[in-house]
Design a binder for this molecule. Structure first.
Ligand code: UDX
Length: 438
């Protein structure tokens, strides 16, 4: 099929690269540098396995990027994959979706051959696809030749390619059976497994994304709340509890990992967006509010564990391990580390931070010149008075606690991701972690 993807960010680029194995892809982005890079076969995102796939797709002519919609020619499917960031009040900013729809409608005559499916993939509040796309198409002379759908994306950063190739389910929200069939046929030749194809209303499909992300975020906060209790109960350990609990076939053990909480570009934004959406229809979602509240308290909890061991942090040199919001990505958006750094700075501690992939301090609420960022773990740990681990990169586990702490001045190690819980700490190391009583 001939497919156009509007928006070449994480979702758009990963989707384009995966679909390009069997389809002809045109990626459209308003950022000229993104377009140039993609056309040179260079990925604009860090994603396992994307670079080689992109290079060969571009050199074989299966994938191309463009700046202007009218460079596209006719298409069987158009995906809208632009960003939906949060407004200051936490509600979803739909301006990029709306202008992408404007652009698609403007070029519609040249995009349509016989029939075209237009699907929104950007995460949007229920009702958006109908209002911003279907209703507008209905008022054009082309309405009979266009199928409209909402098709949520569930891929995770760092494993986006594998997730797209092996989806658990493909949700297609549409009232148009031909659009459903088109998208189903498009995916069927790409995926490596046999996912369930679920046809729903557009509104239910829009809700699916919010419900899935909110549920996973709630599981994390649920585990974190019990982790707090475990810290106060002699001999209790959160992993022992959750592992045993998860053996109940009604409860899956995934996303029960206690730690510094969730971050990234989806969970915080989607939980907040769901709360604001509920408010807009005068409904309260107290479970989601609690999920958010527990998550916001995690960095403070970690700092209080540190302060138990080092009460006065003024001028103390503290190493922070991990800046990305999770291992396997260089993305720092809403990383829990940012809040940890903010709290540490309030204590007048001196901070150095290590991350194997992130090479630039994000500017989000921080004064970057204050903080030393390095990709050399030995440099980071040299003569520090304490260390906090926030992102569970493999390199830390591989080094082991003994090697990691050997050049510390004062060997206080606070493990915010329970990476070393199963290791016997060296005698001279004070090891503390979330969710275990000490
Ligand atoms: C998430 C969803 O998983 C994905 O389906 C959706 O499309 C986008 O949002 P992503 O943000 O890439 O994907 O990361 P994910 O692996 O889900 O982790 C999100 C956050 O939760 C990370 O900060 C991670 O460290 C944290 N997390 C995850 C925990 O704290 N504990 C866990 O047990 C699992």
């Amino acid at each position: 099929m001939r497919i156009m993807i509007v928006g070449a960010g994480y979702v758009g680029l990963s989707l384009g690269v995966v679909l390009s194995t069997k389809h002809e892809i045109m990626l459209r982005d308003i950022d000229g540098r993104t377009v140039d890079k993609i056309n040179a076969g260079i990925s604009t995102i860090h994603e396992d396995g994307i670079e080689n796939r992109l290079k060969s797709a571009v050199s074989d002519g299966r994938l191309r990027a463009c700046n202007a919609m009218n460079e596209s020619g006719s298409r069987d499917v158009v995906f809208i994959c632009v960003g939906t960031p949060s407004n200051n009040d936490g509600s979803v900013n739909l301006s990029s979706v709306e202008s992408a729809v404007d652009d698609v409608l403007e070029t519609l005559p040249s995009l349509i051959d016989d029939y075209i499916t237009i699907a929104i993939k950007s995460t949007v509040p229920p009702g958006t696809t109908r209002r911003a796309l279907l209703d507008r198409i209905s008022s054009t002379p082309y309405s009979k030749k266009v199928g409209v759908a909402f098709n949520p994306e569930f891929l995770r950063e760092g494993t986006a390619i594998q997730d797209a190739l092996n989806p658990d389910r493909i949700v297609i929200g549409t009232e148009d059976n031909r659009a459903f069939q088109t998208l189903r046929d498009m995916y069927a030749v790409i995926v490596h497994n046999k996912p369930e194809y679920v046809q729903t209303s557009m509104e239910s499909a829009e809700l699916c994304k919010y419900v899935a992300n909110s549920f996973l975020a709630t599981k994390i906060s649920f585990a974190n709340e019990w982790a707090n209790l475990c810290e106060r109960i002699p001999n209790a350990d959160i992993d022992e509890v959750m592992k045993a609990v998860s053996l109940d076939s009604r409860i899956s053990g995934d996303f029960f990992g206690a730690g510094v909480g969730y971050g990234g570009s989806c969970f915080p934004k989607d939980v907040e967006g769901a709360i604001r959406f509920a408010e807009s229809i005068s409904e309260d979602v107290s479970i989601l509010r609690a999920t958010e509240k527990v998550n916001a308290s995690r960095p403070k909890r970690l700092l209080s564990i540190l302060r138990n061991e080092v009460p006065d942090l003024k001028n103390k040199k503290i190493a922070v391990l991990g800046l990305a919001f999770k291992p396997g990505t260089d993305d720092t958006r809403t990383s829990p580390t940012l809040r940890v750094l903010e709290l540490l700075r309030q204590t007048n501690a001196r901070i150095c931070i290590h991350d194997p992939l992130v090479n630039r301090m994000p500017t989000e609420g921080l004064c970057p010149s204050d903080i030393i960022l390095t990709d050399n773990i030995e440099t980071c740990m040299q003569n520090v008075d304490a260390c906090i681990l926030v992102t569970a990169w493999d390199i830390y586990k591989e080094m082991g606690l003994e090697r990691l702490t050997e050049s510390m001045n004062n060997k206080v190690f606070i493990d915010g991701r329970r990476v070393f819980v199963e290791e016997e700490p060296p005698k001279d190391v004070i090891y503390r972690t979330i969710g275990t009583h000490f």
